[in-house]
Design a protein around this ligand. Structure first.
Ligand SMILES: NCc1[nH]cc(CCC(=O)O)c1CC(=O)O
Length: 313
C-alpha cells in the first residue's frame, strides 16, 4: 500500500483534472491511494483584470510548485496552458494525459456562430490571443473583458447579456457543459493557446518512484505536440502575455506545427507552419519561431510588450 499526495488548484476544472489523474493512476496501480490537496494560487485570488495585468510568471502554478518542493505534495496537476515555458530547476513535467479537444468554442445563448453574430455584438474574453483573432475575423465586434473560472464566466455572460463568450472546448467538455458547447471556432480563424487541452503532472526531478507511477498515464503524442508548442512560445519569448497561438498535430512520427502572432488590435495576424518529427519537437518550435520572426513577428511582439498585455492566454 502506497499513498501519495496530489496537488491541485481549487477551481472546479482544476479538481476535475486532478481527479482524472488520480483515477487513472489508481487504475494503473491497484495498490496506490492518492490524496487530493487543493491550493489557492495568486491567479485565483486576483480576479480583476487591471491587477492581473501585472502578469507575473507562474500565477496559477507557483503555490503548487512550492508545496511540491517542500514535500507537502508528491505531484501537481496543471493545465499545460497555464504553465510558464520554463520550470524551476528541480521540477519536471513527469507526464501528460491524452489531449482533449484543443479548440476554442464560441458559446452563445441565442445560438449565434462567429459568422452569424449581429454587427457590433458584445463578446466576452480577456485573452489577448482570442481578442486579436476575433477582431481580425470580425472587426465590428465589441470585445468585453471577462475573467474568472469557467462557471463564473458563464454566469457573467447571462448577467451582462453578452451575445457570446469564447472558452476552451476542453474546459467546457470536462465540466460537462456539453449542451452549451456552441461553435468550435475553426483553426484557420483562431489558433489555440500553447498547451490548451493538455493536462500535465509536475513532479520533483530525481523522484524515481513518482516518475515511475506517473509514466503509466503518459500520452507520448500529446507530449510531443505540447513540447513543440512550448518551444515555439519560448523562442518568441512570449510568456503568457502576448497574442500568440499554436497547434501541433502528431501522426505517427510526423509532427505539423502551426503558429500565429498577432497585434493587439488584430489588424496584423502572421501565421505559418512547419513540419517536423516527434523525435525532436523543440526543433519544430524553434524553426517556426525563426520563420515568423523573419516575417516581422519581432516588431509586433515589441509593440505588444510596450503596451502591456495581460496574463490570460
Ligand atoms: N486560462 C484558464 C484556463 N486554463 C485552462 C483552461 C481550459 C482547459 C485546458 O486548456 O486544458 C482554461 C479555461 C479557458 O481558457 O477557457
Amino acid at each position: 500500500m502506497l499513498e501519495v499526495k496530489v496537488g491541485s488548484r481549487e477551481s472546479e476544472l482544476a479538481r476535475w483534472q486532478a481527479r482524472w489523474v488520480i483515477e487513472a493512476l489508481e487504475k494503473a496501480w491497484p495498490d496506490l491511494t492518492c490524496r487530493l490537496v487543493t491550493f489557492k494560487t495568486k491567479g485565483d485570488k486576483i480576479l480583476d483584470v487591471a491587477l492581473a495585468r501585472i502578469g507575473d510568471k507562474g500565477l496559477f502554478t507557483k503555490e503548487l510548485e512550492l508545496a511540491l518542493l517542500d514535500g507537502v505534495i508528491d505531484m501537481a496537476v496543471h493545465s499545460m496552458k497555464d504553465m510558464p515555458t520554463s520550470l524551476p530547476e528541480s521540477l519536471i513535467i513527469g507526464a501528460m494525459g491524452p489531449r482533449e479537444d484543443p479548440a476554442d468554442v464560441l458559446i452563445s445563448p441565442a445560438g449565434y456562430t462567429l459568422a452569424s453574430l449581429p454587427v457590433k455584438a458584445r463578446v466576452g474574453t480577456s485573452s489577448l490571443r482570442r481578442k486579436a483573432q476575433l477582431a481580425h475575423a470580425r472587426p465590428d465586434l465589441e470585445l468585453v473583458d471577462l475573467r474568472g473560472n469557467v462557471p463564473t464566466r458563464l454566469a457573467k455572460m447571462e448577467r451582462e447579456g453578452l451575445e457570446a463568450i469564447v472558452l476552451a472546448a476542453a474546459g467546457v467538455k470536462r465540466l460537462n457543459h456539453g449542451r452549451l458547447l456552441g461553435e468550435p471556432i475553426p483553426y484557420h480563424l483562431c489558433l489555440p493557446a500553447v498547451g490548451q487541452g493538455a493536462i500535465g503532472v509536475e513532479i520533483r526531478a530525481g523522484d524515481e518512484q513518482i516518475a515511475q507511477l506517473v509514466a503509466a498515464i503518459n500520452h507520448p503524442p500529446t507530449v510531443a505536440a505540447v513540447r513543440a508548442e512550448r518551444a515555439y512560445l519560448r523562442a518568441l519569448e512570449g510568456g503568457c502575455q502576448v497574442p500568440i497561438g499554436a497547434l501541433a498535430t502528431v501522426e505517427g512520427e510526423a509532427l505539423v506545427l502551426q503558429g500565429m502572432v498577432a497585434s493587439l488590435d488584430g489588424r496584423q495576424v502572421l501565421r505559418d507552419y512547419v513540419s517536423g518529427s516527434t523525435a525532436n519537437p523543440e526543433a519544430a518550435g524553434q524553426e517556426l519561431a525563426r520563420k515568423l520572426l523573419a516575417r516581422g513577428a519581432g516588431a509586433i511582439l515589441q509593440e505588444v510588450r510596450l503596451k502591456g498585455g495581460n496574463f490570460h492566454r
